[in-house]
Design a protein around this ligand. Structure first.
Ligand SMILES: Cc1cc2nc3c(=O)[nH]c(=O)nc-3n(C[C@H](O)[C@H](O)[C@H](O)COP(=O)(O)OP(=O)(O)OC[C@H]3O[C@@H](n4cnc5c(N)ncnc54)[C@H](O)[C@@H]3O)c2cc1C
Ligand SMILES: Cc1cc2nc3c(=O)[nH]c(=O)nc-3n(C[C@H](O)[C@H](O)[C@H](O)COP(=O)(O)O)c2cc1C
Length: 491
């Protein structure tokens, strides 16, 4: 090929690349416009949801609205204050995240509404009638705090509440209205699983980390990296036997559960084993015993692997008994005892773009979500850069990455791993690695990187969020959230 031909080929390739980038940008903005478009006069159902529950409830509520007007379900951040100003009716379904904070897809809207209320004295939303449903968990000190804050801010801007703020407490394992997967025992049983392997990844007594492999009884459902598995834990068989013994009941006695004759030993698998002392009608008391609470786990594998994997930190109660969910998954569950679990869509943690760099940050059991994101890129043959920053306690006891992902590392030319051990030499947390590499972080983000953070919110997620705020500035971080490039899977 002559120099001239090479030059023309290079120009043609550059033009094709520019056209492709242009196409991606145009279709991104077209999708964004479509997402944000609200027809005049529509009933607005806006949600703010970190892990998808409030979104699911918003969609259900929208279906219930018997309205001859169009109904628009929209993420709160996609709702312009000016659009709301022209609307007459809105329902807000919002959860609370962090320490009484808005979920990421509601933060910007709330800030804008607050700013307006501070700066102007006008009743901006005076035409609006609204209702707020707040999802929260009463085990957190700021129970349903974001729902309350939003309610107050809407009132301050002149909107009229047509009903009192409704709070839904997830700590009560209360079924969500319309949630087929959680509304009754029978429907939760739609998806049945068995634990086939419990592999301990570390050698730290008292805080064991397990890779737990599950097989589905039915066809493996579809899921994506970033999704969550909600499980219905069981009691240990020894605890059930002790309880039956104490109350002098026969495990094979059959009672009717939702019309189905069921042996007592099965009825007790998922119920909180409260004392029967003084109960008049024992059978009714047993049926009234609350179910064990559901527990959520970040999925650690992708469907291409043919198995669903979790990484579970075994927790202990003060009396030394294992935690309800982690004890079930890591200790008691076995291949003989099927249990119910459902995959939950977690859209804020999906990363569809495979050709952009990825920064993965996590600690402890947060390796679960990280493993799934890596697996996704591995099976898609992506060769974009991946930078993994992972924190654990001890280099000697917690060298868990090799067992979890070593086999794949060869497949990733661009994978860089940095580990921080809080009890290593020097003692370091993931945020210390971030600070030391601040320039490099800014650089990779400028190259279009997505960021995914997985693990405990209190121990790690908050510190990572603060460090990003310090390094990038609050506005730039907010911009990343808006562009759906900062994915927080912290719990
Ligand atoms: C979206 C999401 C994803 C998650 N992903 C993962 C994951 O990938 N891996 C993972 O390991 N976990 C994950 N979790 C956490 C997980 O859901 C459970 O919270 C965790 O396993 C502990 O639950 P448990 O039922 O085992 O413990 P519980 O029985 O709820 O006990 C938890 C802790 O509470 C304390 N406690 C309980 N009862 C008492 C008491 N009476 N007195 C004093 N203290 C008490 C104990 O210190 C105990 O360690 C995730 C959570 C969420 C919300
Ligand atoms: C990291 C984290 C922090 C949370 N903080 C609070 C809180 O401060 N107050 C509260 O009432 N609920 C809190 N919750 C509970 C959630 O609001 C509750 O689980 C809700 O159902 C989640 O809904 P979503 O899936 O739509 O985000 C928190 C949950 C997580 C995982």
């Amino acid at each position: 090929m002559t120099d001239n031909q090479r030059l023309w080929l290079a120009i043609a390739l550059c033009l094709a690349y520019c056209a492709w980038v242009g196409f991606i940008i145009v279709s991104h903005y077209a999708r964004q416009r479509e997402r944000r478009h609200v027809t005049t006069g529509a009933f607005i159902v806006a949600y703010a949801s970190q892990t998808g529950t409030a979104k699911q409830l918003a969609e259900y509520q929208a279906e219930l609205l018997e309205s001859d007007r169009p109904v628009k379900v929209i993420a709160l951040n996609d709702l312009a204050i000016d659009t709301l100003r022209k609307a007459n009716d809105a329902l807000f379904v919002v959860s609370t995240y962090g320490d009484g904070e808005p979920p990421d897809n509601g933060r910007r809207f709330y800030r804008a509404l607050q700013q307006h209320n501070k700066q102007h004295n006008t009743a901006l939303l005076q035409s609006l009638s609204y209702r707020v449903i707040a999802l929260g968990d009463s085990q957190y000190p700021a129970f349903c705090a974001f729902g309350e804050l939003l309610d107050v801010a809407l009132q301050q801007s002149g909107a009229t509440a047509i009903a009192e703020l409704e709070k839904i407490d997830r700590a009560q394992s209360q079924p969500l209205p319309g949630d087929a997967s959680q509304s009754a025992e029978s429907s939760f049983k739609a998806s049945t699983w068995r634990v086939t392997e419990q592999q301990q990844l570390n050698s730290a007594d008292g805080r064991e980390l397990f890779m737990v492999t599950l097989d589905a009884e039915q066809a493996l459902p579809a899921w994506q990296a970033g999704d969550i598995l909600d499980i219905q834990p069981h009691n240990a068989n020894t605890a059930i036997a002790e309880w039956l013994n104490k109350h002098e009941l026969n495990p094979d006695t059959v009672i009717a559960v939702e019309g189905t004759p069921t042996p007592l030993k099965l009825v007790l698998q998922t119920r909180q084993l409260t004392d029967l002392a003084g109960a008049g009608n024992k059978e009714q008391h047993i049926l009234d015993m609350p179910l064990l609470p559901l527990r959520s786990y970040s999925i650690a594998s992708v469907p291409e692997e043919g198995q669903l994997k979790l990484m579970v930190r075994k927790q202990y109660h003060p009396d030394g008994t294992p935690g309800i969910g982690s004890g079930w998954l890591t200790t008691y569950a076995g291949s003989e005892e099927p249990f119910c679990a459902n995959v939950k869509d977690n859209p804020l943690c999906h990363i569809a773009q495979l050709d952009v760099p990825l920064v993965l940050i996590g600690a402890g059991s947060g390796l679960a979500g990280i493993r799934a994101q890596l697996a996704k890129r591995y099976y898609a043959n992506s060769d974009a850069d991946i930078w993994l920053i992972y924190g654990e306690q001890s280099p000697q006891l917690d060298n868990v990455i090799p067992a979890a992902i070593e086999a794949w590392q060869m497949g990733f030319a661009g994978l860089k791993i940095q580990q921080a051990y809080s009890r290593g030499e020097p003692g370091q947390y993931v945020q210390d690695v971030m600070v030391a590499a601040a320039d490099e972080l800014q650089n990779i983000i400028a190259r279009g990187a997505h960021i995914y953070v997985c693990g405990s919110h209190q121990g790690m997620g908050q510190a990572v969020h603060q460090t990003f705020t310090d390094i990038l500035g609050e506005d730039a971080l907010m911009q990343l959230i808006d562009e759906q490039r900062y994915h927080r899977d912290t719990y």
